[in-house]
Design a protein around this ligand. Structure first.
Ligand code: F6P
Length: 334
């Protein structure tokens, strides 16, 4: 019989992501409804070590579901990465009678949660990152908002790029993953999409693409470059020198992490937050919640951290085919 958990805490860790507030709100309200007490820990694991926490009631999360960022604030903690930090964190939680913890963050945060679980804290993790780079899930809280924010910004840059007949290189976030770049690149009709999973660093191929595109009457060229490749400004200089086409780099940066969450992020985060409270209530601990194959599921943390994620090759092939079809048709016609 799993041990009944009476008091839990919730924290957000790592980079913030739109939808985290919906997740916090659902954890708090579902857990209270199940008869548990809930503590909010501010500023992630660092806040835990500094004992920055408060008791939460249903009103603590009022008026938050539509807000970007995280009402609990977030941080990255070097101290907590050490074993001594994890031990201290677990002792603080035990001292306050907290038996379970919901961690909302990326897979770096999961490693911290795994460390706490070794000191008898029951943990449940939710995928909170705009990067979509967590293997056990095809959805992460914040990705949908981030790609829509980036897409709107790219559309705007595209307007001016078109007026000035320029090449625009737009760099999007994603750390070492290319999901934001690929989705936004396809959705904005980019001519080239450079992602760490696929890019072969053959800049000459891009230059040739620009030259051939101009021959068939294209007057501007949009390149979406993933943060994991970077160097957009120097790339713009080289492309301008090699093609004679004016080139400009735009790095979208942190605006991609802000803003009011989309309906999908609010909805999925709400379901996942409630699911986390349900797991703890059932005494089902050391789990990571994901959304795979159309369903919300939970995995053992070790299992989740060992899983590999591959960006679907077909998506990338389609993006290449769509952006090169006019040139290819021109070649065939000749
Ligand atoms: O993980 C989300 C993310 O925004 C990445 O896309 C980016 O590489 C990183 O966080 C930036 O982190 P920081 O807020 O520490 O600069």
């Amino acid at each position: 019989m799993p041990k009944k958990i009476n008091k839990i805490a919730v924290l957000t860790s790592g980079g913030d992501a739109p939808g985290m507030n919906a997740a916090i709100r659902a954890v708090v309200r579902r857990a209270l409804g199940l008869g548990m007490k809930v503590v909010g820990i501010e500023k992630g694991y660092q806040g835990l070590l500094n004992e920055e926490m408060y008791d939460m009631d249903a009103r603590s999360v009022a008026d938050s579901i539509h807000r970007g960022g995280t009402i609990l604030r977030t941080a990255r903690s070097a101290e907590f990465k050490e074993e001594a930090g994890k031990k201290k964190g677990a002792e603080i939680l035990k001292k306050r009678g907290i038996e379970g913890l919901v961690v909302i963050g990326g897979d770096g945060s999961y490693k911290g949660a795994l460390g706490l679980s070794k000191h008898d804290i029951g943990v449940v993790c939710l995928p909170g990152t705009i990067d979509l780079d967590i293997a056990c899930t095809d959805y992460t809280i914040g990705f949908d908002t981030a790609i829509n924010t980036a897409m709107e910004a790219i559309d705007k840059v595209r307007d001016t790029s078109s007026s000035h007949e320029r090449c625009s290189i737009i760099e999007v976030m994603g750390r070492n993953a290319g999901y934001i770049a690929l989705w936004c690149g396809v959705a904005t009709g980019a001519e080239d999409i450079l992602i760490p999973e696929k890019y072969d660093y053959n800049e000459q191929e891009i230059i040739n693409h620009i030259i051939e595109s101009r021959k068939i009457g294209k007057t501007h060229h949009l390149i979406i470059n993933a943060e994991g490749i970077g160097h957009s400004t120097s790339m713009a200089r080289r492309i301008e020198a090699a093609t004679g086409m004016e080139a400009r780099a735009t790095i979208l940066g942190y605006m991609q992490r802000g803003g009011s969450p989309t309906c999908k992020d609010r909805f999925y985060a709400s379901i996942m937050g409630a699911y986390a409270a349900d797991l703890l209530n059932e005494g089902k601990i050391n789990r990571v919640i994901g959304h795979l194959g159309g369903d919300f599921k939970d995995f053992d943390i070790d299992e989740a951290l060992a899983m590999q994620k591959d960006l679907p090759d077909y998506y990338y092939q389609v993006s290449r085919a769509l952006s090169r079809s006019a040139i290819n048709a021109n070649r065939v016609a000749k």
